[in-house]
Structure formats: C-alpha cells, structure tokens
Design a protein around this ligand. Structure first.
Ligand code: HEC
Length: 150
C-alpha cells in the first residue's frame, strides 16, 4: 500500500511536470517587433522641424589671414595697385555696382568661387577656379576683410 502511494505520488509529479512543460511549449511566442512611427509630412509641416537659417558672422582678422594663406596677395594688392588682378581697395563698394548680383556679398562670393562668371573690364580671366568649395565661414571672413579695404 505504501508502495502504491509512492508510485502514485511520483506519477502525479511526472505528469504535472509534463503538463507544465506542454503549457510552456504550447504558449504561442509573441515576437517583439519595433516599429517606429514615421513622422508624416503633416507633422513636419505642423512645426516639428522648424527651418533655421544660420547666419555666419565674418571675422576680418581671419579673412586677412586667409587672403595671405591662399596666396590671393600674389595677384591682388590690398591698395589700388594693379597686379595680375585689380587692387582690392574699394572692392566692396564697387561690388555693389556690379550688374546681375543681388548684393556686394553675392558678387564677392561669386568672384571667388566662380572667377570666370564676371570678368572685370581691363583684366583677363586669369584667376584660378580653386575656391569653389570654400566654406561659408571663410567666405564671410574674406568679405568682412575686403570691406575694411576702403
Ligand atoms: C593668379 C592670380 C589670382 C589669384 C591667385 C587670385 N585672383 Fe582674384 N582675380 C584675378 C584676376 C585677373 C581678376 C580679374 C578678372 C576676373 O574678374 O576674374 C580677379 C578678380 C577678383 C575679384 C573681383 C575684383 C573686382 O574688382 O571686381 C575678387 C573679389 C577676387 N579676385 C578675390 C580674390 C581672392 C579672395 C583670392 C584668393 C582666395 C584671389 N582673388 C586670388 C586674379 C587672381
């Protein structure tokens, strides 16, 4: 009798284990899927991404250094003297009078990046097109510097 109880006890344990194992394996596994909600155009339009205009302030001292480090001075004096190119004295003031440009800044920037676009009367298109990739900051600095050459 004692034997039977022990067997029954063992049987109960084994079967309950089996049942619990079944329960675990039968449980459908729910995969965790990460789906970020994409921002819709409406959300962006609603002001989620404000348009920020970065204003770069030019530094004349850095512009002066850049003028020398780039060898601009090989062709341009900082006075009125003509070398290969026009002297840079008063360039900012005359830049305002150049037709086809929205501002003196626009003219000077184009003169540096795309020298062949506007060839100053009395000169040849001899300025190298080496500065097309010039950073905004360097352009702002050189403009600030040229502005001081009145
Ligand atoms: C190899 C000679 C040479 C070098 C180097 C050179 N330039 Fe020039 N540059 C010229 C010539 C020639 C002109 C006039 C013809 C023209 O408009 O492209 C000119 C025109 C300009 C003008 C327009 C001037 C005006 O009176 O309208 C600016 C501004 C200018 N250069 C800036 C620069 C700067 C800044 C550098 C250096 C990053 C530089 N240049 C390097 C030869 C040169």
């Amino acid at each position: 009798m004692k034997h039977k109880i022990t067997l029954l006890f063992i049987f109960t344990i084994i079967s309950s284990l089996l049942v619990s194992c079944r329960e675990v394996t039968d449980e459908p596994s729910i995969p965790v899927v990460f789906e970020p909600t994409p921002a819709t155009t409406e959300m962006v339009m609603a002001g989620a991404a404000p348009i920020v205009e970065v204003i770069v302030v030019g530094d004349p001292a850095s512009g002066s250094e850049w003028f020398l480090s780039q060898g601009c001075n090989a062709c341009h004096s900082t006075g009125a003297e003509k070398l290969v190119g026009p002297g840079q004295q008063g360039v900012y003031a005359r830049a305002a009078a150049r037709a086809g440009y929205s501002s003196p800044e626009d003219y000077i920037e184009s003169s540096i990046k795309y020298p062949g676009e506007y060839v100053v009367e009395g000169y040849s298109n001899l300025m190298p097109a080496s500065w097309e990739e010039t950073e905004k900051q360097e352009i702002a600095d050189i403009i600030a510097y040229l502005k001081t050459l009145e």
